[in-house]
Write a protein that binds this ligand. Structure first.
Ligand code: COA
Length: 323
């Protein structure tokens, strides 16, 4: 059977780092409050004129280099983002042109903070169906552009960045020991729209709008849904929590990450945490965390990785990957 096998990964963060301390000079907040409630110490913020596509292009080039592949090898780009350069065309097509990829298809996926897991699932399905053979899956965001910097309950929690992986279809025996994407699970429940959304859009207000969030309610849903979906994806693959080498969660809040790790019975040293340095970069957070742990040598070929994320919609999902 065909498996979508990870060939390489890459990431990119804007140069400018904004610490909690710096933020507290313009927002009514403190370093202590932000650290205690979220685990965040700093975030990267895109420069004026630096767009989501620019971050995505840099992360993608690094992923291709790491994979030892060229843009001409790709026949699919799936870019997960809630902060596209423009309403249309898809930001993925800008990345496609900049990389010099001329065949196949490039499009965006919008599932906010669950976007990367959605993107991986879509690319995996297209590879397995034979519609694509080599895919770039990107998570890239400039959330700083949709934050209400007067709303201290949200603006301290997010940052900008991009991460990418390259997937290629390879024949495998179809066992959990094979490298590649082993299982995916996706969910959404639109009844919870009002918990996390942007109060603008081309069809409703003709403005971009700002992020709005009921933080406490999102927290409760996140803890429950993450615990359920990681169990679901393990069951699909016929594996157990004890088989997982690395939990690579969406980096929204250290307390949510700790809760999921505890439910799985994973020791903290088996959980990749970057929320302290990157804050919540939405669809970019999982591939950013992945890239950090691969490049520092923690994640090795053959390790079993559990990726999971939840965001506005509500939308959530998980992927189990033999790296
Ligand atoms: N600095 C200082 N005080 C702040 C603050 C800030 N940046 N933001 C809010 N507060 C204050 C509130 O005004 C409130 O004050 P009050 O008690 O005087 O009214 C107090 O802190 C508690 O606020 P609350 O919203 O109840 O805090 P919380 O413990 O729920 O923590 C979050 C807030 C947002 C950190 C937390 O709910 C959370 O992480 N939720 C999940 C959010 C998330 O992950 N979203 C993304 C999913 S993809």
């Amino acid at each position: 059977m065909i498996r979508s096998v990870v060939q390489g990964c890459g990431s990119y963060l804007p140069e400018r780092v904004v610490t909690n301390e710096e933020l507290s000079r313009t927002v009514d907040t403190t370093d202590e409050w932000i650290r205690q409630r979220s685990g965040i110490c700093q975030r990267h913020i895109a420069a004026e004129g630096e767009f989501t596509s620019h971050l995505a292009i840099k992360a993608s080039q690094r992923a291709l280099d790491h994979a030892g592949l060229n843009a001409s090898d790709l026949d699919l780009i799936v870019l997960a983002t809630a902060t596209p350069d423009q309403t249309f065309p898809a930001t993925a097509t800008r990345v496609q042109a900049a990389l010099g990829m001329t065949k196949g298809a490039a499009f965006d996926v919008q599932a906010v903070c669950a976007g990367f897991v959605y993107g991986v699932s879509v690319a995996d399905s297209l590879i397995k169906s034979g519609l694509a053979s080599t895919a770039l899956v990107i998570g890239a965001e400039t959330f700083s552009r949709i934050l209400d910097w007067d709303d201290r309950g949200t603006c301290v929690l997010f940052g900008d960045g991009a991460g990418a992986i390259v997937l290629r279809g390879e024949q495998g025996a179809g066992t959990p020991a094979d490298r590649g994407i082993l299982a995916n699970a996706l969910h959404s429940d639109g009844r919870h729209h009002d918990l996390l959304y942007v109060d603008g859009g081309p069809s409703s207000t003709r403005t971009t709008g700002f992020l709005r969030m009921e933080g406490k309610e999102v927290f409760k849903h996140a803890v429950v849904n993450m615990a359920t979906v990681v169990g679901e994806v393990l069951e699909k693959a016929g594996l157990e929590a004890k088989d997982v080498d690395w939990l690579v969660p969406h980096q929204a809040n250290k307390r949510i990450i700790d809760g999921t790790g505890r439910k799985l019975g994973l020791p903290p040293e088996r959980v990749v945490v970057t929320v302290d340095k990157h804050a919540n970069t939405s669809a970019a957070s999982i591939p950013l965390a992945l890239d950090v742990a691969v490049k520092d040598g923690r994640i090795k070929k053959g390790d079993l990785l559990l990726l999971e994320g939840i965001g506005g919609g509500l939308s959530w999902g998980a992927s189990l990957v033999r790296w």
